[in-house]
Design a protein around this ligand. Structure first.
Ligand SMILES: NC(=O)c1ccc[n+]([C@@H]2O[C@H](COP(=O)([O-])OP(=O)(O)OC[C@H]3O[C@@H](n4cnc5c(N)ncnc54)[C@H](OP(=O)(O)O)[C@@H]3O)[C@@H](O)[C@H]2O)c1
Length: 289
């Protein structure tokens, strides 16, 4: 894929959802460039198998597993703490784990699951690691969004989709939230040496959608052979994580290594601040006034 090898030696990269698909492909590429890679998985068996595969394919033994179910905020806090106890720096944080659900469910924290995993988990994790990211500057935060953002509407009165739930629009709303979070984070981090960017990986043949039954799972299974490989899907992510070309670039949304436009609401500072404040309350980073 034409990455310059090396260049990531001595750097520490944390990747959520590194046990499958785009995250695993990115872990292989970054480990092959010499990075110390830490992947987050929720299942020990799958996680250990992924770490073994990433190590073997990258010829790098410095690949580690941390366990956390990202739908559970106490587990996000627990593994963020564990990561910081084990690693005194973080050069790249990749918020990649995500899912789409055909049916509405709630996490053990009582939060709609897609919102919890796709938006609130990266929001909480990034905030918990901010001091360590600043201390490691220049460092990078990369969040995997999606062009599904176009189907999403930011309904601040019903962010948890209690009134109406439809799988793809709710997924789109969380991917729009990833972009709004990135734009707002970049602004808040201005001058710190920590950059924040997000990306659309394209349609990628992974396990995505297979947590569902019925038409949604069938849809992804049917189109999988026509989609990009995980390695192709990870290309822009790996480039954002490693390339000197994007050193200092922040607050942008990319597809195929080029900046693309987000939905209008993502460019509205008041909407971004509102989402940030609600997210602080939903993650307990700030108690509601
Ligand atoms: N595939 C596409 O066409 C496409 C297009 C646009 C954007 N994206 C985005 O790309 C990202 C990666 O998706 P993918 O296509 O690589 O899908 P995938 O193969 O299903 O991988 C998703 C990853 O997220 C992890 N994950 C899900 N829920 C979790 C939880 N509660 N706790 C911890 N980890 C959890 C999964 O862990 P397990 O292995 O334990 O399930 C897996 O490692 C997602 O954010 C997705 O929205 C994908």
């Amino acid at each position: 894929m034409g990455y310059s090898n090396g260049g990531m030696g001595g750097k520490t990269v944390l990747i959520t959802g590194g046990t499958s698909g785009i995250g695993k492909a990115a872990a292989v590429a970054l480990a092959a460039m010499g990075a110390n890679v830490v992947v987050v998985g929720r299942n020990r068996e799958r996680g250990e198998a992924a770490v073994e595969e990433i190590s073997a394919r990258s010829h790098n033994d410095s690949v580690e597993l941390l366990l956390a179910d990202l739908s559970v905020q106490s587990e996000v806090r627990g593994f963020a703490q564990e990561f910081q106890e084990r690693h005194d720096r973080i050069d790249v944080l990749v918020n990649n784990a995500g899912l789409v659900q055909s049916k509405r469910t709630e996490t053990s924290d009582g939060i709609e699951t897609t919102l919890a995993i796709n938006h609130l988990a990266p929001f909480l994790l990034t905030n918990l690691l901010l001091d360590r990211l600043k201390g490691s500057a220049p460092s990078r935060v990369i969040t995997v969004s999606s062009e599904a953002q176009r189907w999403g509407t930011m309904d601040f009165d019903d962010l948890q989709s209690r009134r109406k739930y439809r799988g793809f629009p709710v997924y789109g709303m969380t991917k729009l939230a990833n972009i709004m979070f990135t734009y707002e984070l970049a602004e808040r981090l201005n001058g710190t040496g920590v950059s924040a960017n997000c990306l659309h990986p394209g349609p990628v043949g992974t396990n995505f959608g297979q947590n569902n039954r019925g038409p949604m799972a069938l849809f992804f299974r049917t189109f999988k052979p026509f989609m990009r490989s995980p390695e192709q899907g990870a290309d822009t992510l790996v480039w954002l994580a490693s390339s000197p070309e994007v050193e200092g670039v922040s607050g942008k949304y990319f597809f195929d290594r080029k900046e693309i436009e987000a939905k209008k609401v993502a460019c509205d500072p008041a909407a971004r601040r509102r989402l940030w404040e609600i997210s602080e309350e939903l993650t307990g980073l700030k108690v509601a006034a």
